[in-house]
Write a protein of this length. Structure first.
Length: 296
């Protein structure tokens, strides 16, 4: 390490400050290490940038060291701990005890850039566990600081680039499998419902969630829209109407057709399904039916 400009303090001075704050640090919260080192950087912006860029590396190193030091093979961290946790598989109690008390379970699906797009370590942040499930990215974010959690989910939403969804659920460390199931259901529902890109939780899909949890209701709804599968143009018209938030002028424009042509197609949809997509009740029923059909 060396100064990047003549105005920077000598490394020995900076290291002395690091040593001084280190003597006061308890070492039990790796997630606070960057904040501690920023104290040593003082008001120098160059050293502050150095701390921010390298601090997360130190945090991850200390986290790994803390988990494995003196535990032996019987309590070593599984190779894919996040995958074990969301699957409900047993992990050593010492490993479970080393985790945060609560987590935000985030399931991320990118639309335009592909479901395999990687998330940088800067976005995920220290202490975040990650894995993949059916092509979707799964992150377990320690829910210890509302501000930090909000920043991470904000970065993830920006990372989606306006195409894709972020579904979240909060759970204690012993209920992460249940949280993953909930977030996964939310993701399926917002994708099937053709919702705009963004972050969603169960509170955003309460009606749809209730529908899919009732198997008989879901089957009856899917049966309503099933005949429309044989009419590709009508199916496209209905999805365009939903994408346009039921604005018929916008839907016609997006389909590159005249408004009268759209109205004719909507009349045909009513004839095929028995539900009028120009009425509030009818379009709600058809939207719920489309979701039920898509998640089956």
């Amino acid at each position: 390490m060396r100064p990047v400009s003549d105005s920077s303090p000598e490394p020995v001075d900076f290291l002395a400050r690091v040593r001084a704050v280190g003597e006061k640090w308890s070492g039990d919260r790796q997630g606070k290490l960057v904040d501690v080192l920023l104290q040593a950087a003082g008001d120098n912006p160059e050293l502050a940038n150095l701390v921010r860029s390298s601090g997360s590396i130190l945090e991850e190193f200390l986290e790994g060291f803390r988990r494995n030091a003196g535990t032996g093979a019987a309590t070593s961290v599984p190779r894919d701990l996040a995958a074990d946790l969301i699957a409900g598989r047993s992990v050593p109690q010492a490993v479970l005890d080393s985790l945060a008390t609560r987590y935000l379970v985030a399931v991320v699906r990118s639309g335009v850039n592909g479901r395999g797009k990687a998330v940088s370590a800067e976005i995920a942040g220290p202490g975040v566990l990650s894995t993949r499930h059916d092509g979707d990215l799964v992150l377990l974010i320690p829910d210890i600081d509302d501000g930090r959690t909000t920043r991470i989910t904000g970065h993830l939403t920006q990372w989606l680039g306006g195409s894709g969804w972020l579904a979240v659920a909060k759970r204690g460390r012993a209920q992460l499998a249940d949280g993953f199931r909930e977030a996964g259901d939310v993701l399926r529902l917002v994708a099937a419902g053709r919702r705009p890109s963004g972050m969603y939780s169960i509170s955003d899909v309460l009606v749809e969630y209730a529908v899919i949890r009732h198997e008989e209701v879901a089957e009856n709804l899917a049966a309503v829209i099933k005949p429309l599968r044989a009419h590709a143009v009508l199916w496209e018209t209905l999805t365009a109407l939903i994408d346009a938030d039921y604005n018929r002028n916008k839907a016609a424009k997006n389909l590159f057709i005249h408004r009268s042509t759209l109205d004719y197609r909507l009349q045909r949809i009513a004839g095929v399904t028995g539900c009028d997509p120009t009425s509030g009740r009818g379009v709600q029923l058809l939207t719920a039916a489309l979701i039920a059909d898509s998640v089956r």
